[in-house]
Design a protein around this ligand. Structure first.
Ligand code: DX5
Ligand code: ZN
Length: 231
């Protein structure tokens, strides 16, 4: 599928919940992916952490490639790592559909997001809660997606920081921001998904709020029942 079709499918599906695989049972990965597909998810969110940019360490391109083999769902790869520019081709070849880099991890995000597109993926840029939107404004015309972190990147299960929500309006009203997909990540659950969607978030990443339940479809539909569309 072309990048523009994938992005337009995600836009059509939005607001939609993307499971963060950080919380899944890795010993039964294929089964976990199948259960999420059966629950009707539109994409999977994969958290890559390097132990340097964030204190936590997760997985790299081998796991992205393993998941690519077992599903056709878009893979939304969130790189929480230093020097992401060195690994764009590797994650693209592993089967990433969207590659999102952190603004705080690079000096100039523009050549890196251009590279992501050159390798055939959609390009995203992420900002931590303490990073102001101004930092990413020059990059907006070059990205398909902006990821607003509602917890400091690094760990699942942290509490939602609602002070980040005003960033969505700032992004939307900036040049280039009218067309980007808006994603939020961290602390999304039945209590927070309402304000997140009301503020303009279209892709809602959720880890613990899905994986702590036995029935993923129920967990997702409980959250979806609290969505408030602003469009
Ligand atoms: C945090 C990760 C998130 C996280 C989400 O650094 O980027 O994707 O795993 O987990 P919850 O939904 O539990 O906050
Ligand atoms: Zn993430």
């Amino acid at each position: 599928m072309s990048v523009s079709n994938m992005i337009s499918d995600l836009r059509t599906a939005s607001p939609t919940i993307l499971p963060s695989m950080l919380m899944c049972d890795f010993a039964n990965l294929a089964d976990e992916v199948e259960r999420l597909e059966d629950a009707g998810v539109t994409a999977l969110h994969l958290d890559v952490m390097d132990g340097v940019f964030v204190p936590n360490f997760t997985y790299g391109m081998l796991l992205v490639a393993a998941i690519r083999k077992i599903t056709e769902l878009p893979l939304d790869v969130h790189l929480m790592m230093v020097n992401p520019e060195k690994y764009i081709s590797a994650f693209a070849e592993a089967g990433a559909s969207v590659i999102t880099i952190h603004a705080e991890a690079v000096e100039d995000p523009i050549p890196v997001v251009q590279d992501i597109r050159k390798f055939g993926c959609a390009a995203g840029i992420a900002i931590n809660p303490l990073t102001p939107v101004e930092v990413i404004l020059p990059a907006l015309p070059y990205v398909d997606l902006v990821l607003v972190m509602s917890v400091p990147a690094g760990f699942g299960g942290q509490s939602f920081d609602s002070s980040v929500l005003q960033k969505f309006e700032q992004i939307r009203s900036a040049p280039g921001g009218e067309k980007v997909l808006l994603e939020i990540d961290g602390g999304i659950n039945v209590d927070t998904i309402g304000v997140a969607t009301e503020s303009g978030a279209q892709l809602l990443v959720a880890g613990s709020a899905i994986f702590k339940y036995d029935d993923y479809a129920v967990a997702i539909s409980n959250m979806m029942s609290q969505v408030k569309c602003n469009s």
